[in-house]
Design a protein around this ligand. Sequence first.
Ligand code: SF4
Length: 233
Amino acid sequence: MREIQIGGLVPFTTIDYPEKLAAVLFLVGCPLRCVYCSNPHLLNVGDGEYDPARIMEWLQARVGKLEAVVFSGGEALMQGDVTIEYMKRVRSLGFKIGLHTNGFYPDTLARATDVVDWIGLDFKATREKYPDLTGQHIAYDNMMRSLDVWMATGKDFEVRITCDPRFINKDDLCAIADILATRGVQKIAIQKYIPHFEDAAHQTDAAARNQFFDDAVLRERINGMFKSVIWRE
Ligand code: SF4
């Protein structure tokens, strides 16, 4: 089996795994090309520059200091069973395993359910707008299959919606919330789109980006639909 390709590392974070001190590994490769991607340097498999063996040694030295390791990307499941095997090795050290995923690989996720403890799943837009945002026509349907796969495990998770005003309006956000609440999702995070230097084409203004967060009626409505709603500004 080939080696896992790791393109980045955050050694310590309190915000990437719920209520756990964690490290984040950024795996290279992603099947999507989101307009607002902030990690374009991680999108192609072959860009991994971290030695997986040395990362494992580094993690061994963090036992007792960190509680969880989050696999992010790119899309961590694009490397398939290579990722799952590495997750198993990390988990055997005693860490919880988190996964930030766009949901594009439901079958791989199904094979990873024993080793992954928690996921943050991206729900990027309505079905109609997914292709324009991600460059992929099957991304929405795959993501919904991943949601079903994970919900069947009964394990904890969060669905994340990044509100880029080019691809989400208030009606879209309400429609997404309705879909998630109907499916029984209990925890969601609504994230503000923050332009970054790779997204030179954004042409959004602060009022458009803040509209979801400044609307008390909208917030109250969505807050009432879920057990937990995090508004990440
Ligand atoms: S899914 Fe994430 S890593 Fe992949 S293109 Fe979209 S924003 Fe970038």
